[in-house]
Design a binder for this molecule. Structure first.
Ligand SMILES: Cc1cc2nc3c(=O)[nH]c(=O)nc-3n(C[C@H](O)[C@H](O)[C@H](O)COP(=O)(O)OP(=O)(O)OC[C@H]3O[C@@H](n4cnc5c(N)ncnc54)[C@H](O)[C@@H]3O)c2cc1C
Length: 394
């Protein structure tokens, strides 16, 4: 697209969700631009990258499950297409997940999750503690049982973000490295944004994909402001043996994602092919704070150590905190708002990496046709308008 032409679509925010939206819209032949001071940054720089539709199932989130599964099914083709276009290795690993229990309470909780998964027609298998350790010998002797989920995989979100930046460049998306200060609205229609240096960027449609900051863009009328909030997560990165210059190992330290609920807190260990071991994550309602805290690191390592005692030997690489874009029902907001020309792609909370393929497809469809595809309709932002909320049964 020529940088001087007014685009059909302007995407505000170049995290993985904004990037996939821009890429897919451009593929559909829409002249597309994106504005972000640092495209490819955002929560993906911290996220673990679990593609965990089945192990992340929670009571009351069955509608979200449908979207999560639809996206998980698309991942193999999505990853192959993105790699072919960009040459980037995404670290997509079809390794499966093992969710384990350390005490009687955890075991009961996991049994309930298993029952819910079965009622939902999902594929998961109950294993004894011994069977869990046979699969993953580094697990603590105290593991009491677990759920083997062979369909929950992983991807490296940093690589995904970098590949999506390249995909946007290759499909002609014009990228403005700037901060969008305010939405411009003319005669009840969103017409673009004004950037921090006063530049006006016009567009036929504006997609707000600013992650946890989506509710902070000035100029958005109150009744369409997305109810998105930041949910802080701290993540530790270690290096597994066999991946340093001094060690060699024939069996992997961990061969699949291992996770558990320890004293009510979720902890997971995600082993990447590169040798990185991602240990996450805290979940904190702390506003915009992204401080890494001693308490956060302590709790993560303490809980991870209960699961896999051998982690204390591993080299420490990194600790970082990021912000998940949380929504009132933990599900994303996808599609047109009551303000003509303003479309949302935000609120992906703890599943944004998983939901990247389906979000790109749904948003490109709605931008090209004006209609949300069937599978995305329950996620319309209109479910949070005052009228929709008062219609709901108590
Ligand atoms: C600790 C942690 C662990 C996670 N683990 C997983 C996981 O295992 N699996 C999974 O599926 N998901 C996971 N997630 C969630 C996932 O990372 C997010 O849902 C996803 O990255 C959100 O992407 P986004 O593009 O919507 O928002 P963000 O990544 O927040 O990106 C928003 C972008 O918008 C830009 N922006 C904001 N405001 C403006 C503005 N005014 N002008 C211009 N640009 C603007 C920002 O610079 C940023 O680049 C995790 C998240 C965290 C924090």
């Amino acid at each position: 697209m020529s940088p001087t032409r007014t685009p059909d679509v302007l995407v505000v925010g170049g995290g993985i969700i904004g990037l996939v939206t821009a890429w897919r819209a451009a593929q559909r032949g829409l002249a597309t631009a994106l504005v972000d001071p640092e495209p490819g940054g955002g929560a993906a720089q911290v996220a673990a990258g679990m593609l965990a539709a089945v192990t992340e199932l929670h009571y009351g989130e069955q509608t979200l499950l449908g979207l999560n599964l639809a996206s998980a099914r698309r991942y193999p083709d999505f990853a192959a297409e993105l790699t072919e276009l960009t040459g980037h290795d995404l670290g997509y690993r079809r390794c499966g997940t093992l969710a384990v229990a350390l005490d009687a309470d955890d075991r009961a909780h996991l049994r309930e999750l298993h029952a819910l998964q079965q009622r939902s027609g999902l594929d998961s298998q109950w294993l004894s503690g011994r069977e869990c350790r046979r699969l993953e010998p580094m697990l603590a002797p105290g593991v009491r049982g677990g759920l083997r989920v062979d369909g929950d995989h992983q991807i490296d979100p940093r690589r995904l973000a970098a590949a999506l930046v390249t995909a946007c460049e290759r499909t002609g998306v014009v990228v403005h490295r700037a901060w969008a200060e305010r939405l411009t609205v003319v005669r009840d229609r969103a017409t673009g944004v004004v950037t921090a240096d006063g530049t006006e960027l016009g567009a036929g449609q504006v997609v707000l994909a600013a992650g946890s900051l989506s509710g902070r863009l000035a100029g958005i009328p109150e009744d369409v402001l997305p109810p998105v909030r930041p949910v802080k997560g701290q993540v530790v990165r270690l290096t597994m043996p066999g991946h340093t210059a001094h060690t060699a190992r024939s069996t992997p330290f961990l061969s699949r994602t291992v996770r558990a609920v320890v004293r009510g807190s979720h902890v997971y260990l995600v082993p990447r092919e590169s040798g990185e071991l991602v240990v996450g994550a805290t979940s904190e309602e702390m506003g915009w704070d992204t401080t890494v805290t001693a308490g956060g690191v302590y709790e993560l390592l303490r809980d991870a150590h209960e699961l896999v005692p051998g982690i204390t030997e591993l080299p420490f690489t990194e600790i970082r905190a990021g912000l998940r874009p949380g929504s009132p029902d933990n599900a994303p907001l996808l599609g047109p708002t009551a303000l003509e020309g303003l479309v949302l792609a935000t609120g992906h909370y703890r599943n944004g990496v998983l939901l990247t393929p389906v979000t790109g497809d749904a948003l490109a469809h709605v931008l090209a046709t004006g209609e949300l595809p069937e599978e995305a309709r329950p996620f319309t932002p209109r479910r949070f308008t005052a009228a929709a909320l008062t219609e709901q049964p108590a």
